[in-house]
Ligand binder design. Structure first.
Ligand SMILES: [Zn+2]
Length: 165
């Protein structure tokens, strides 16, 4: 059974034939990993989506859930840092990867707009920098989370354990 050649959802170029049973395939033109999933199992209809947008969608759901939980007052301050730091780190990491690929391949997709060539490369560098900044903010937040955790821990027994080692 041979499948028809799929069209890349990121850059609209034709991809190679999808190997059977493989969920992720990288596009040869834009080099983005593309996820294939069963959208309607009954009709055996598959959809293709760039892994980048899947990560963004998941991070967005986590962020909304975190904000909703904070709004209903269910979280301590230090947990808010964790709940918001994780999606920001996910956004940052996926932007680093996607921006780097934009720079390497000269293919970049923003909000529904596909850019190629030098503009795409410039946007790629900017998005990588933006991603690094996002990850840095998230790491600082998570370090602060660790710092805030320390006073609740009993300090004396851990010091005693260290001295005996
Ligand atoms: Zn592509």
């Amino acid at each position: 059974m041979s499948l028809p050649r799929p069209v890349c959802p990121y850059c609209q170029a034709q991809m190679r034939r999808w190997p059977l049973g493989q969920p992720v395939l990288a596009c040869d033109t834009c080099r983005r990993p593309i996820l294939r999933y069963l959208a309607r199992p009954r009709a055996r209809i598959f959809r293709l989506r760039p892994v980048y947008t899947v990560i963004h969608a998941v991070a967005l759901v986590i962020l909304f859930a975190a904000v909703a939980t904070v709004a209903f007052g269910g979280l301590e301050t230090r947990h808010v840092i964790l709940a918001i730091g994780i999606p920001i780190a996910m956004f940052g990491a996926s932007d680093i990867a996607d921006g780097w690929l934009s720079w390497r391949t000269g293919v970049d997709r923003g909000w529904r707009k596909l850019r190629t060539g030098r503009v795409a490369r410039a946007i790629g560098v900017a998005r990588t920098a933006f991603g690094v900044a996002g990850v840095a903010v998230a790491v600082i937040g998570l370090l602060a989370y660790g710092e805030l955790r320390q006073p609740t821990r009993p300090a004396a027994p851990s010091l005693a354990q260290q001295s005996t080692r």
